[in-house]
Design a protein around this ligand. Sequence first.
Ligand SMILES: Nc1ncnc2c1ncn2[C@@H]1O[C@H](COP(=O)(O)OP(=O)(O)OP(=O)(O)O)[C@@H](O)[C@H]1O
Length: 507
Amino acid sequence: MDYVVEMLNIRKEFTGIVANDDITLRLKQGEIHALLGENGAGKSTLMAILFGMYQPDRGSIKINGKEKKIANPNVATKLGIGMVHQHFKLVSNFTVTENIMLGSELHNLYVLDKKTASKRIEELSKKYGLNVDPHAKIEDISVGMQQRVEILKMLYRQADVLILDEPTAVLTPQEIEELGKILKNLIKEGKSIIIITHKLKEIKAMADRCTVIRRGKTIGTVTVAETSKEKMAEMMVGREVNFKVSKTEATPGEVVLKMEDVSVKRGKDVVALKNMSLELKKGEILGIAGVDGNGQSEIVESITGLTQADSGKILFEGKDITKMPVRSRIANGIAHIPEDRHKHGLVLDYTIEENMVLELYHKKPFSKRGFLNFPAIRKHADHIIKSFDVRSGEGGKSIARSLSGGNQQKAVIGREIELDPTVLIAVQPTRGLDVGSIEYIHKRLVEQRDKGKAVLLVSLELDEVINVSDRIAVVNNGQLVGIVDAKETNENELGLMMAGVMKGEEE
Ligand SMILES: Nc1ncnc2c1ncn2[C@@H]1O[C@H](COP(=O)(O)OP(=O)(O)OP(=O)(O)O)[C@@H](O)[C@H]1O
């Protein structure tokens, strides 16, 4: 059998937690192999070991049948292993070529003059259908394009084994489809790919085989074409997963949040949100559907106070809050699960305990006469950790950075829901979460609604918007296209509206 990579009986322990416990994964030449597991199951750790960022405590790695010690990422690169991380490692004011050249000088295989490098990048881009402009600056290109630059970087370094850590989490549905095609091109040219993803639909569409791990242990490797989504979910979570959100009919009450003719500018001239009027009622989940970048961020930021509306009014419980500072809005009952957990959700170098009181530390019981009350902070954090199943080595004492991506997300969601807000704004709340956690978070959002709270759900996942929301507002180009009843709509109708076409206008 032609295995390009064999990771055999790998063990890796961090303080207080065994991240990988006797894991075995074999990658065949020319296959797309999905690595599936719950948040914190140990996927990123396993891939970091393959890429030489960590040393395993036990176990061995064979590359093309020969046992190798991968002491650091440079060794991995020399062995033909490349990795695209969850958070890209690109310099934003450098061009594509400059970024790809950066670091490649270490492997003295490569040319240092920019012109020759650009030409090589262009050839590679063409060969694999990547469509990347070598002269573009990173800050000017979309996230999807940046990811392709990361893929090109691996190809430029002549990688044969490509590792992609949750590559679709940051992509729009169209970009995901394109990535699928790119991966198929890579396989055709003889590359082998390991892809980490939580999305079973994507595994079905892209992968040949799938290895499932749970709590650091291998559960099994399956052939994707012969296995259902339900079966893979069950292997991963250890129980049956309910994909449908179960909820009763909403009983909306009075309007609690109102946007009246709100416009927000981006920079000097671009109007990113145009005369937006929206009403959010108590006891309902209002979903916002739209292609990324069509005014969703401006809606959220003008309500939370991260951006001020340039014109129009925002009313909360009848009070004008258009110019209210962020902290007062939080104190008044507006909570926010932000889209970017690293930038706006957590202070990565603080412990989880500290992060759980970021909005509350100045209040009783967390502060007393100007001193922090650590036992109270700990109790609060422990409660969130327990009820939201935030897994980490040292509980509340863990540094936020050391948590797996999904567990960071659960911590942020827990903190915001525990504020018991009147309005909960949830932006991409389940991005990066495993199906079991998604099921749980959806339940908690519905529970908020049933307690008479108002929930604004912004998501790029149409499935999620349709299943969780009661009403759906569709935005396009910074404007409201229309509002539909979630029970009566479908992906097709929403898709058309997202492109700016109103119901009845399509002929
Ligand atoms: N450097 C580290 N120090 C301490 N603990 C760590 C470190 N890296 C990972 N861990 C812990 O090891 C476990 C496995 O984490 P890992 O990131 O591999 O999970 P994952 O399967 O990739 O999760 P996710 O899907 O949420 O990204 C987690 O409990 C995490 O908190």
